[in-house]
Design a protein around this ligand. Structure first.
Ligand SMILES: [Fe+2]
Length: 342
């Protein structure tokens, strides 16, 4: 009998410890922040990744562009497609518990490979902001272009998401008439991807950033520059300007998130004067990938190219400052991942 009482007392003691531990656990801030992103999402193709995205329990879902394929200067068509996207059950479920932010690319903007010349850009911006649930009186409604910054301020650290607009201000590209490739880089110094107002804003956002990580969302690839499609490399002087801005601002943990290409890959470069390598994490597409991909040069690539439908997952450890970057396919398959310490 005495033994039984001791056992009961010990059991009660240990179970109280466990429940105490659990209750403490819920008040301890998350050491690891997860952010998911992706691009290239056709309405008429089923997106099989929404459940996998939800299962990763991200703090944020970031659209990297080509949310819809409207390809139209008729904004009522753009709106109809955004409305249909909002009714996709998997996306609706994600939106219930997850904040959604992001940018556009050419197909949701309305013009394939389009830039500042697009005549419906003002109306298209309003349709995009409606889709993003931006209030009618928000300053982003009167600003030209959809760029903005999102700040996460946790007790263990800060994350800034700098969302760029690579469409609204982009000047003419140079067609490549000598090779099979679509475009070649502009002469150095000619033209702009971001436009001067956005450049000034970006420069201020990075220079004043107190964040431990600064994720820069660019619809098109920053580093990979030899494929002949759209990329920052078509404006070589702006590639250099961005690199110089990283060095001058000494912004911590900058990672570029890109899409557009219908392939997913990691690119990395060491920049003199920057204490960490710059990674460009390309994730696309969500509903259709470059199935016939037979290879292309990318001097900055890490590992292989994933040419299957996928999304990108970023796990930021706010204590160790280690970041895990994963390409995720249907059913949570991870064909490629890298880690980087900041
Ligand atoms: Fe696309």
């Amino acid at each position: 009998m005495y033994k039984l009482i001791v056992y009961i007392a010990l059991f009660a003691f240990f179970s109280s410890c466990t429940s105490k531990k659990e209750s403490v656990k819920t008040t301890v801030p998350e050491a690891e922040i997860t952010i998911a992103f992706g691009s290239c999402n056709k309405l008429n193709l089923e997106n099989l990744l929404w459940d996998d995205i939800r299962n990763s329990k991200p703090l944020l879902w970031i659209w990297g562009g080509d949310i819809i394929y409207a390809d139209s200067d008729d904004v009522s068509e753009i709106r109809t497609m955004y409305d249909a996207q909002n009714k996709v059950p998997g996306y609706k479920k994600l939106k219930k518990n997850t904040q959604v932010i992001g940018t556009w690319d050419d197909h949701d903007y309305g013009l394939n490979d389009g830039g500042s010349e697009f005549t419906s850009k003002k109306q298209s911006q309003q349709a995009f902001l409606d889709f993003m649930d931006v209030p009618a009186d928000h300053p982003r409604r009167i600003q030209e272009g959809v760029y903005f910054a999102y700040n996460y301020n946790g007790s263990l650290g800060k994350i800034k998401i700098i969302v760029l607009d690579t469409r609204y201000f982009r000047t003419t590209l140079t067609p490549d008439t000598e090779t099979e490739q679509r475009y070649k880089p502009n002469p150095y110094g000619e033209g702009t991807l971001l436009g001067e107002t956005q450049w000034k804003w970006l420069s201020n956002e990075l220079s004043t950033s107190e964040a431990d990580f600064n994720l820069v969302v660019s619809s098109i690839q920053f580093l990979s520059n030899e494929h002949g499609f759209e990329c920052w490399g078509n404006f070589p002087h702006e590639v250099d300007r961005f690199k110089q801005l990283l060095v001058d601002s000494q912004a911590k943990g900058v990672i570029v998130l890109s899409g557009d290409r219908h392939i997913s890959e990691f690119s990395k470069i060491d920049i003199p004067g920057l204490s960490y390598p710059l990674i460009d994490f390309t994730s696309s597409g969500l509903t259709h990938a470059y199935a016939n991909f037979s290879g292309e040069p990318n001097p900055y690539r890490l590992g292989n190219v994933v040419a299957k439908e996928s999304f990108g997952l970023i796990k930021l450890n706010m204590i160790t400052k280690e970041v895990q970057l994963q390409i995720i396919e249907n059913n949570g398959v991870v064909p490629l991942e890298i880690r980087q310490n900041y």
